[in-house]
Design a protein around this ligand. Structure first.
Ligand code: SF4
Length: 321
């Protein structure tokens, strides 16, 4: 039970795209969750499950089709220009690909200083310089890096620059869109550790998108699992790993590497069969029904609702009443 105030409240959110011939691609379909102040919610799922679209719609980067997203009680999709400007100072994004999200020919100093200038956070040039150097130090870089161009840096260093840029406006909420998936495995843990430290030091609230369950466990307080536009399970991170309830979560977890070679040998990997259905024409009942070994007739006809099965543990599956 989290007693801190709700920072982001997402209710029955839908985001559809036009797929031609009057058809809709239902990227996010009736998704609800909350994130409390200082909490990190991880959302995982295969490519195309709608997790990034969900995150972008939550922070107003994409218009919604239906439902409601509130940040601190304010509707994200109907803000005035002034409210939107203030919102962009509080809510920042860390992008998936640090090679694509930063201009390779720009100086690191200017990239980090941009948000400080837009939001008029420094009283003078000296204060701006002090802020940029502090931010570089915070993400493990130094003053010597400030005047170099982005193309001189490795992927891990570029992601540190991206994090410093996001932190420059002193945000309260970070949307991290698969921030480690473009990086070498050896660098991934460094970036996760950095984000965890910053989250703790600054009491940040985070929405962290990932495509698998291996790294997200370490950073998340709770984890939501998405499949074909639906949230199929949502639980505290440790509980989800210990006791996954949805057959899809079970399959995802069976693919997570285990450090202990014996445990790894003994574990049975669940191979999913069948193709992921099209989000343009999803199955009528449970969207996982075509790949689920427990499927029943009811599953094919009736869409399971996300229900709280145990305190804080929600699942959308007819196996769990
Ligand atoms: Fe499988 Fe049925 Fe549960 Fe869907 S509702 S995950 S098909 S058992």
């Amino acid at each position: 039970m989290n007693n801190r105030p709700i920072e982001l409240e997402v209710t029955n959110l839908c985001k559809y795209f036009d797929a031609g011939k009057k058809r809709k691609l239902k990227a996010v379909d009736d998704v609800s969750f909350v994130i409390h102040k200082g909490e990190t919610l991880g959302i995982v799922g295969e490519s195309g499950c709608g997790k990034t679209t969900c995150g972008k719609t939550c922070i107003g980067m994409l218009p919604k089709t239906a439902g409601m997203v509130k940040y601190k009680g304010k509707d994200v999709h109907s803000m005035s220009k002034k409210e939107r400007f203030d919102f962009t100072g509080k809510v920042q994004m860390i992008f998936q690909d640090p090679y694509a999200s930063l201009d390779p020919h720009q100086k690191v100093y200017d990239i980090i200083a941009e948000g400080i200038r837009i939001h008029k956070l420094a009283k003078n040039q000296a204060e701006e310089e002090r802020m940029v150097l502090e931010l570089l130090d915070m993400v493990g870089l130094n003053a010597e890096h400030a005047m170099r161009n982005v193309h001189e840096f490795s992927g891990g260093q570029r992601q540190r620059i991206g994090i410093a840029r996001a932190l420059a406006v002193d945000p309260e909420f970070l949307f991290c869109d698969e921030p480690i998936s473009a990086l070498d495995v050896s660098i991934q843990a460094q970036i996760i550790n950095l984000l965890m430290k910053l989250q703790k030091d600054r009491d940040l609230t985070m929405l962290f998108i990932a495509h698998d369950l291996s790294m997200v466990k370490h950073i998340s307080d709770r984890i939501g699992v998405m499949y074909l536009g639906n949230m199929v399970e949502l639980a505290p991170a440790a509980e989800l790993y210990k006791k996954p309830l949805h057959p899809y979560t079970e399959a995802l977890l069976s693919a997570v590497p285990i450090a202990d070679p014996r445990a790894s040998r003994e574990r049975r990997k669940i191979m999913l069969t069948g193709d992921v259905p099209s989000p343009v024409n999803p199955p009528a009942g449970c969207r996982f029904s075509g790949r689920c070994k427990y499927v029943t007739e009811q599953c094919m006809k009736v869409r399971p609702e996300l229900k709280e099965i145990e305190p804080g543990h929600f699942v959308a599956c007819h196996l769990h009443k």
